[in-house]
Design a protein around this ligand. Structure first.
Ligand code: MN
Length: 329
């Protein structure tokens, strides 16, 4: 149980649910397992209460990436163009309105909207805020919401929640993992999830082409031991061409390989999007707050995991990161 959130905010959220007949749940653009798992787990719970539920992501003609298509409740997902109106809008794991993409207008038009999030960089949209930067995952807050709604856990709801919790904690390895997180995981296992299968699908299941791309990206990595005031930076980049026809999402896990580098406190991966701009992923281990660095670059995230976008060219983007690391780190 988290203590950061005040009781009145939970009461407002519970009243909003009991007052509505239809709900639209929003995950952030380029959704991860926490964003989508949170929306789907809550969606399934609300459906069991008799609500009409739709889940979407603010990307034109959104389809679920194949890497997350096994999540329970995916049948609730519609592309934003295919939505019907809903009287309550709930965003999951969305830290800023830019991350709402094309669904920003839907949230702004809603009389009542709930933002459920755990980013310290949450910018404050929506009328009810279930926001706790101390939570290991948005999924952890969603589970508390489901408990307060007095919905019993099914294996499907538990599976969607577990996907968010285990992904955002790096398989329960990151600093955000508390005894409460582990007890929550045990409870989800008790609810009937297949932990081993879910973990394999989430972490250990990729097309060979994606592994080759990752290997090539790691082989291009550069180490700057003097960066971040001597704490060290390791970085790599993946251009559109270097993705060999794979979607940008396939480059997400390059950072998981680079962050293991012993000689660097900070790891960065620059991934070129289809429209040419660069998305930077940042990870740190213990002494550097990459969330603050990302915010200085117009992005956001958490202390040890964050991201930002850049429309500059690659070398200017890297130079800017090095400069911010020297000031902020
Ligand atoms: Mn999250």
């Amino acid at each position: 149980m988290t203590n950061f959130l005040a009781q009145p905010e939970w009461d407002k959220a519970l009243a909003a649910v009991s007052d509505c007949t239809s709900v639209l749940l929003l995950a952030h653009v380029t959704p991860d397992a926490d964003a989508l798992g949170s929306a789907l787990g809550l969606g399934l719970a609300l459906q069991s209460l008799g609500k009409k539920v739709q889940v979407t992501v603010g990307e034109e003609n959104f389809v679920v990436p194949s890497s997350l298509s096994f999540l329970p409740g995916v049948e609730l997902i519609h592309s934003p163009e295919a939505l019907t109106s809903a009287d309550l809008v709930i965003s999951c794991d969305v830290s800023s309105d830019a991350r709402l993409g094309t669904t920003l207008e839907l949230l702004q038009a809603a009389k009542v909207s709930i933002a459920i999030d755990h980013h310290s960089s949450f910018t404050g949209f929506g009328t009810i805020h279930l926001v706790d930067p101390g939570a290991a995952a948005t999924a952890e807050l969603v589970l508390e919401f489901i408990d307060r709604l007095e919905v019993a856990l099914t294996p499907e709801i538990a599976g969607a929640i577990y996907a968010g919790l285990t992904t955002d904690t790096g398989s329960f390895k990151f600093q955000s993992t508390t005894s409460h997180t582990l007890r929550t995981a045990a409870r989800l296992v008790d609810a009937g999830i297949d932990n081993s299968k879910l973990s394999r699908l989430l972490f250990d299941d990729e097309p060979l082409a994606a592994l080759v791309m990752m290997g090539e990206a790691v082989s291009r990595a550069k180490l700057l031991p003097e960066a971040a005031n001597g704490a060290g930076l390791v970085y790599a980049s993946v251009t559109r061409e270097q993705r060999n026809g794979l979607p940008e999402l396939a480059a997400e896990r390059v950072i998981e390989a680079l962050r293991r580098t012993s000689e660097a406190e900070v790891a960065a991966v620059f991934k070129q999007a289809d429209d040419g701009h660069w998305n930077g992923s940042l990870r740190s281990k213990s002494s550097v707050d990459v969330g603050a660095v990302a915010m200085a670059l117009g992005g956001g995230g958490h202390k040890y995991a964050a991201g930002f976008s850049s429309t500059l060219d690659l070398s200017a983007t890297i130079d800017l990161l090095i400069e911010k690391l020297a000031i902020t780190a």
